[in-house]
Design a protein around this ligand. Sequence first.
Ligand code: SAH
Ligand code: SF4
Ligand code: F3S
Length: 467
Amino acid sequence: MPQSFDFRLGDLTGPRPETPDVAHTPASSAGDSRTFYIETFGCQMNVHDSEKVAGVLLGRGYRQVESLDAAKLVFYNTCSIREKAAHKVFSRLGEFRKRPDSRKIIGVLGCVAQQEGEEIFERAPWVNLVCGSASYSKLPELLEDLEAGNRRVTGLGTHTDETFETEMTRRDNPFRAYLTIIEGCDKTCAYCVVPYTRGPERSRSSALILEEVRKLAGAGYSEIQLLGQTVNSYQDPAARRMSFAELLVAVAAVPGIRRVRFTTSHPRDFGRDIVEAIDSVPALCDHVHLPVQSGSSRILRAMQRMYTREEYLEKIALIRSGRRSISLTSDIIVGFPGETEQDVEETLSLLDAAQFDGVFAFQYSPRPNTSAVHLADAVPEEEKGRRLAVVQERQREIQIVRNDALVGQTFEVLVDGASRRPGQWSGRSSSNRILNFASPHSDLLGQYVHVRVTRASPNSLVGEEVT
Ligand code: SAH
Ligand code: SF4
Ligand code: F3S
């Protein structure tokens, strides 16, 4: 059974709903003086930022350790998308109240850092660094300040044109490389903190992106995942002014690159040229993550999503009109202020119409600074929970049917997980489906193999290697 698999490698793609709690021992000894420990919450962009922060630290002679106890420098790269996510870092920081350790340097990075700013020093006086993602290019200077003995260091500006370039990035996955092409967000979704926590949109030059892709291919990476909160709003600052679709094609053309993914796309900026690129370039993955948030045009207007239900469904029709069969996933928020039973019905009927292959559904969580925080007609928590369950159940029924139809089909997967049980592997198809499969071969990690689906459940596929 897939549930009994215990994979040593592999990561999450798609938005990560909530990072599971990672067990760790509270501080006791500070270890040697140039060691660091970093724990990351939130989306893939945060995961990738941590890879770059680790690169900066390694470049300065620090060594990464896997235990908090052994670390001199402890960094939390935080997420603020929902209240529950933001709470996590404060529970981590609370551990230091119980067991203070003045030899450690504690840093809070990411979206909670940007949102709470110097308030974090008030709540947790043992914190030494507070730095948001728009200021990471200043990290080397901030580290110098810390090394010089300064005990309150901040990087909180958001008005920067810079993107976060590093000389070295310590990537977690040896086969799939994340690569941020656009940072920040200029949209104004009423519920969302990201424009406040990550600053305005800044696109990276296509020349720099392609140079990094060539280096990654040279280092053995065969899959590239281009990242941005609105990845398809990319605006090339280079003289070539490549469109997003042209950039996709250029990345896929780099020798050695077999797969190119991109996430997250905003429906308003999703054009026909992207579908045409996927159609004509097999290395572009046949998967699009296109968050809809609600099936009700009234709620979409209140959310300031800049499209109606009908316009969203037109985008889906466009994606489905391609020659390749493109897998589609989405995000839904239930319980936005003013959402009625009728609005929920419209979300359910949109699920039926769209036939997504996967959906991340969330209960609306009011966030500081956002415009929705001032809206009346809050939906009670209990009712949000009920609506969430209803949405998840409808999507589950859809996925049962869709996944059942895959039994007997063969997918090429990039193997990125091995079970402790010999002969059991896990890989991901171009369409981003996870397949757990049996194979008599050893050393499959990082290989592309063909797997035939033998069994399907709503959330996973089981198969066997075919040669
Ligand atoms: N940039 C992406 C996704 C950003 S965050 C986009 O525009 O779609 C990932 C998902 O978290 C969102 O798609 C949304 O479904 C959810 N989310 C964001 N803010 C939220 C909030 N305040 N409460 C609940 N869910 C939220
Ligand atoms: Fe948030 Fe909207 Fe920007 Fe996505 S597009 S990051 S939901 S403001
Ligand atoms: Fe969270 Fe910030 Fe990403 S709020 S989802 S870590 S952009």
